[in-house]
Design a binder for this molecule. Structure first.
Ligand code: PLP
Length: 407
């Protein structure tokens, strides 16, 4: 009998955007240059600061290649603790665990707070939302997340959350993500306060605050976190991926209540042993050197310029789209419903956002991500951490692709 594939692995949903990816791969294989506003990465347009690279190289040459304690290298943990204070968050060293990337950090929180045998084991996610929030609870408990759609500004409704928590005693955790992927929405203090008031009435419910984009707020909007309001329930997750453009460096961290973080450290030690030490050294040196946020603000400014450039050109390219300016992260998520139902030059009707993304890619070689991927059909996501030239050309091509569609 052949080796079976586990039910855990089988139940994961294949990405609904595989069709779009297949078209992009096909074009690339033919040597056609594609303009990729699909992938959520800043590399190579915004690079890992030299200081990090130098500290990593130095660590390697000093043979700092051994295991660290399972919670992480003490120097980095202290540097994160001091840095969190600059965000107004008080965490001692034993309340912090280093993991191999933000996604892994979320997974480890889920393994620590979701009990597969308990009735109370489900995770709530707001949509549109990051796709891993769908798969991580499936891997941990076999249960899909409970979905709460956000409003037209992509903000969660505290009353809706209250109703759910009052009526459904299977909820064990809620994940919040601000600044948000895919929408660029940010949750400001008054909204977080309302959400915290609701969640405080359900002290058995954990809050996973995904703050991967915590340094990328635009328009003078200040950083805000539910962790300042609900420290006993909240697990803050962030890391190097988006903050320093280090997606491939694989370093994330969790900060949270002491007892839970002790348990999470054991989970981390058993699953991953530790994160590679040169990367930990690099991030420690960076955080120590960036106490005034000058390097992180410089990265944010590069992204702001790109956001403004994209929006300026998008207006002309997609006059019938409905959109909101993103206030954080590096994503733009317009409603493209007006273009759905229109006819492509070959007579095919664009029946949904996946068809629309395929048309834009096939006809003018621009990669965008369909909103279906984030549970909000009718939209597409543009990742704008790209060069200004690529953004401009992509918007010109987008305009041409949309102009081909007949009503
Ligand atoms: C909101 C959010 N959380 C977590 C992650 C995971 O980051 P990584 O894949 O680098 O671990 C991402 C990546 O896009 C993200 O957008």
């Amino acid at each position: 009998m052949p080796v079976a594939i586990s039910s855990w692995a089988q139940q994961l949903k294949p990405s609904p955007t595989l069709e779009v990816k297949a078209v992009a791969d096909g074009l690339r294989a033919k040597g056609v240059p594609v303009l990729d506003l699909g992938i959520g990465e800043m590399n190579p347009e915004v690079r890992v600061p030299d200081l990090i690279k130098e500290a990593m190289a130095e660590a390697l040459h000093a043979d700092a290649t051994h295991y660290t304690p399972q919670n992480g290298d003490p120097e980095l943990i202290s540097a994160i603790s001091e840095d969190l204070e600059r965000f107004g968050l008080e965490y001692s060293d034993e309340q912090i665990v280093i993991c191999p990337g933000p996604k892994d950090a979320i997974f480890k929180v889920a393994l620590t707070v979701l009990n597969p045998e308990a009735h109370r084991r489900r995770l709530v996610m707001f949509t549109p939302g990051y796709e891993s929030f769908e798969n991580i609870p499936m891997l941990v408990t076999g249960q899909p997340p409970v979905i709460l759609p956000t409003d037209k500004d992509f903000l969660p409704d505290p009353n809706q959350l209250d109703d759910l928590l009052k009526s459904d005693d299977s909820i064990a955790a809620v994940v919040l993500n601000s600044p948000n992927n895919p929408t660029g929405a940010v949750y400001q203090t008054p909204l977080l306060r309302e959400l915290a008031d609701v969640l405080a009435r359900h002290e058995e419910v954990a809050v996973i605050s995904d703050e991967c984009y915590r340094t990328i707020y635009y328009d003078d909007i200040p950083y805000a976190s539910i962790a300042t309001m609900l420290p006993e329930q909240t697990f803050v997750v962030s890391g190097m991926s988006k903050e320093v453009s280090g997606t491939g460096l694989r370093l994330g961290f969790v900060a949270g209540p002491k007892e839970h973080l002790a348990a999470l450290g054991v989970v981390e030690g058993n699953a991953s042993s530790c994160v590679n030490l040169p990367t930990q050294r690099g991030y420690a040196k960076f955080l120590q050197a960036d106490a005034d946020f000058s390097m992180r603000h410089a990265i944010r400014e590069q992204l702001r310029v790109r956001r403004d450039h994209l929006l300026e050109h998008f207006k002309a390219a997609a006059p019938d789209a409905i959109w909101k300016r993103p206030n954080g992260a590096f994503y733009f998520f317009p409603n493209m419903d007006a273009y759905i139902g229109r006819k492509a030059p070959d007579g095919r009707v664009i029946k949904d956002d996946i068809d629309l993304a395929k048309h834009i890619l096939e006809s003018r070689h621009v990669v965008v991500t369909p909103g279906t991927m984030f549970q909000r059909p009718g939209h597409v996501r543009f990742a704008f951490a790209k060069s200004l030239d690529i953004i401009e050309e992509a918007m010109k091509n987008l305009g041409e692709a949309l102009a081909q569609l007949e009503t």
